[in-house]
Ligand binder design. Structure first.
Ligand code: PEP
Ligand code: MN
Length: 346
C-alpha cells in the first residue's frame, strides 16, 4: 500500500498514520516528496481493513493498494511519467535526451574534443567514466578524481551536464561534487550498500540493468534508491547476457516498453554496450526512439582505435554526427507522440 498525505499534513498527523500502520502489523517507509509525505506500507497484514481505516484518518489524501513488490517506482503509485531535472534539462519530459562521450576519460584533449564534438551534434549530456569497472584487474582502471576534474572542465567549456560512474559507496560524496548524474554500472546494480548511500547523494542516478538481471530485479534496485530518499532515478537498458555471441550482449529492446508499462521512471537505452559493435549502434539508436525510450547513452571517441576501453563499440565524432542527423526524423515523430500523450493525460 502507498499512503499519500495531504500537502499540509502536520507532523502529528503523519506520526499518527505511521502508528496506525504499525498497529496493523506493517512496516513503514516514508519519503518526503516535493509537496507531500508519501508512506510506503510493506509486510503482511489485513490490507482491506488497513486501507479502509487509513482512508478515514486525518491528514490522509489517498491510500492505494500496490501489488508489485516495488512500490514507489511502480506505475500504480504514479500514473504520469516522472520528469527528472538535470542542469536545466528534463529527462522523461518533452525532449529526447542524448548522452554521449567516451567509455573512459583518458586525457584533457580527448574529453574536450569529444565534448565539443558531441555538443555540436546535439548531445545534451556528456558521459565518461573516471572510475572503471574492468573485468581484468590489469586493465586501465580510470583516471579517478583527475578524470572528474577533466569532466568539469569539459562541462565549463560546453555547458553539457555530466554523467559518470560511481563504483563504491566510499566515493559517493566526492563524485557528487562533479557529476550531474551518478551512474551505477551493470556490475553494481545490486550493490545495495552503494544504492543506499546514493539515496542521499542529492543527484539523479542512472541505474544500469545488471548483465543477468531481470526487469523485476532492476525495478527492485530502483526501489532501493527511492526508499532511501532519492526519487530521481533513470533506468537504463544496456543489453543482457544470453547464449548469443554475435553481439557483446543481447539488446533487450522490449525492456523499454515493459519498463514503461510497469514504472513511471524514465528509461534510456545504451546501444553501445548492448551490441559491442559500432556498426550496429545507429540501428539500435533508431529502435530506442521507436520503442519510446526517453533518451540514449552512446559511446563516442575521437579516435576509437586508440581508446583504452570499448573502442570497438565507440562511434567516431563523424559517425555520431551522422547518427544524430539520421535520428532527427524519428525524434520528430517521438515528440509528436509525447505531445499527444500529454494531451491525453491532461
Ligand atoms: C560504461 O558505461 O562504460 C559501462 C561500464 O557500462 P555497463 O556498466 O553497462 O557495462
Ligand atoms: Mn564502456
Amino acid at each position: 500500500m502507498i499512503i499519500s498525505m495531504r500537502p499540509h499534513a502536520t507532523k502529528e498527523e503523519i506520526d499518527h498514520v505511521c502508528e496506525r500502520i504499525r498497529e496493523f502489523g506493517y512496516k513503514v517507509h516514508s519519503i518526503q516528496g516535493e509537496q507531500r509525505v508519501v508512506i510506503g506500507v510493506v509486510g503482511v497484514g489485513d490490507v482491506t481493513n488497513c486501507l479502509e481505516s487509513l482512508e478515514a484518518t486525518p491528514g490522509v489524501e489517498s491510500a492505494v493498494r500496490i501489488s508489485a513488490p516495488y512500490k514507489f517506482v511502480s506505475k500504480e503509485f504514479r500514473r504520469e511519467r516522472s520528469r527528472i531535472r538535470v542542469n536545466g534539462l528534463e529527462i522523461g519530459g518533452d525532449d529526447f535526451i542524448v548522452m554521449a562521450g567516451p567509455c573512459s576519460v583518458e586525457s584533457e584533449r580527448q574529453i574536450l574534443e569529444t565534448a565539443e564534438g558531441v555538443a555540436r551534434s546535439g548531445a545534451r549530456i556528456l558521459r565518461g567514466g573516471a572510475f572503471k569497472p574492468r573485468t581484468s584487474p590489469y586493465d586501465f582502471q580510470g583516471m579517478e578524481e583527475e578524470g572528474l576534474k577533466l569532466l568539469r572542465k569539459a562541462k565549463e567549456a560546453t555547458g553539457l551536464a555530466i554523467v559518470t560512474e560511481v563504483m563504491s559507496d566510499r566515493d559517493v560524496t566526492m563524485i557528487a561534487e562533479y557529476a550531474d548524474i551518478m551512474q551505477v554500472g551493470a556490475r553494481n546494480m545490486q550493490n545495495f550498500a552503494l544504492l543506499k548511500s546514493l539515496g542521499r547523494c542529492g543527484r539523479p542516478v542512472l541505474l544500469k540493468r545488471g548483465l543477468s538481471s531481470t526487469i523485476k530485479e532492476l525495478l527492485m534496485s530502483a526501489e532501493y534508491l527511492v526508499a532511501h530518499g532519492n526519487s530521481d532515478v533513470i533506468l537504463c537498458e544496456r543489453g543482457i547476457r544470453t547464449f548469443e555471441t554475435a553481439t557483446r550482449n543481447t539488446c533487450d529492446i522490449s525492456a523499454v516498453p515493459v519498463l514503461n508499462e510497469l514504472s513511471h521512471l524514465p528509461v534510456v537505452l545504451d546501444p553501445s554496450h548492448a551490441t559491442g559493435k559500432r556498426s550496429l549502434v545507429p540501428a539500435i539508436c533508431r529502435a530506442g526512439v521507436a520503442v519510446g525510450a526517453d533518451g540514449l547513452i552512446i559511446e563516442v571517441h575521437p579516435c576509437p582505435e586508440k581508446a583504452v576501453s570499448d573502442g570497438a563499440q565507440s562511434l567516431t565524432l563523424q559517425q555520431f554526427d551522422k547518427t544524430m542527423k539520421e535520428l532527427s526524423g524519428y525524434i520528430a515523430i517521438w515528440k509528436e507522440a509525447r505531445a499527444h500523450e500529454s494531451l491525453a493525460v491532461a
